[in-house]
Design a protein around this ligand. Structure first.
Ligand SMILES: Cc1cc2nc3c(=O)[nH]c(=O)nc-3n(C[C@H](O)[C@H](O)[C@H](O)COP(=O)(O)O)c2cc1C
Length: 190
């Protein structure tokens, strides 16, 4: 079974980021994947404190919800990270996960190599491309494979639910997820 997880970096439950990633996960499910939504708003992920003990032990020493999410990332074939834009940037929640997951995966011997992943971004008006790149840097750094779509995976919306008016944004997220599952099937068939 193909497993795709979608991690929502917004603190707002049921907001635009969650809506669009759910559209993507629905499309992945239609292609045959098992899917799971993970909200960072329900979790505590402290920032990396640069203790670097993961380099010696292969584990993060900070005790919070990181380990549970990292384990899910480890088991997934496809990982979608989604963030709203906050002051032109990804949220601290998603960046804390990226920093710690990136270092721990390195300490464990680059365990995300050849997994498939990609970002989705929502904003009211500006900063989508930069935030998209912030998350893309994680996937590419980790040796992951990022499928394309019919546009870049960005959308517009301010109040909860506004993103539902952005038909092209939603379609781009769905097409990205379809391509993600298509690619995972190809990779797994060899
Ligand atoms: C603290 C904060 C900073 C924001 N900064 C930006 C920004 O730089 N650019 C922008 O277009 N929208 C910005 N927004 C608007 C959000 O990106 C937008 O409302 C988005 O839909 C929120 O997603 P959510 O519903 O998943 O939380 C900001 C919102 C907040 C709360």
């Amino acid at each position: 079974m193909i497993k795709v997880i979608g991690i929502v970096g917004s603190p707002r439950v049921g907001g635009n980021t969650e809506i669009i990633i759910n559209e993507a996960l629905k499309a992945a499910k239609e292609e045959g994947a098992e899917t799971e939504l993970i909200r960072l708003s329900d979790k505590e992920i402290k920032p990396c404190d640069a203790c670097l003990s993961c380099r010696k032990t292969g584990e993060c020493r900070i005790k919070d919800d990181f380990q549970e999410i990292f384990d899910k990332m480890t088991r997934a074939d496809g990982i979608i990270l989604a963030s709203p834009v906050y002051f032109g940037s990804a949220t601290p929640q998603i960046m804390a996960l990226i920093h710690r997951a990136g270092y721990v995966s390195g300490a464990k011997g680059r365990i995300f190599e050849n997994k498939v992943g990609g970002p989705i971004v929502v904003a009211r008006r500006a900063g989508q491309n930069f935030t998209f790149a912030q998350m893309l840097f994680f996937f590419l750094h980790q040796g992951m494979i990022v499928p394309g779509s019919t546009y870049w995976n960005i959308a517009f919306g301010r109040e909860k639910g506004d993103v539902l008016k952005d038909d092209e944004g939603l379609a781009t997220a769905r097409n990205f997820a379809r391509k993600m599952v298509w690619l995972i099937k190809k990779i797994k068939s060899f």
